[in-house]
Design a protein around this ligand. Sequence first.
Ligand code: SF4
Length: 93
Amino acid sequence: MNSKEYKEKFNAKKSPRQAIKMKCWDCCGGNSEEVKQCTCKDTCVLWPFRLGKNPWAPKRTLTEEEKEALVTRLKHARLASETPTNLGSSEQL
Ligand code: SF4
């Protein structure tokens, strides 16, 4: 990674969650599996926040309708991500 790429990656506007994710990713040499298996529970202040968690957030209880709405939204998001959006793009030619 050159200095321009580094600045773009680390100085870009990001949420605290994204910053923690990047820190863990960097800490584990870019290996996401290592982040999942991190054992530094007693030594790293970021440990409770790994993998997008917030230990201080109140536990969310969903109604059946909310669960169904989430499932539907997830299905649509998965379909959208699997659908090629750049077919016919002039950049592909
Ligand atoms: S939680 Fe684990 S992976 Fe994340 S920064 Fe701390 S030691 Fe590294």
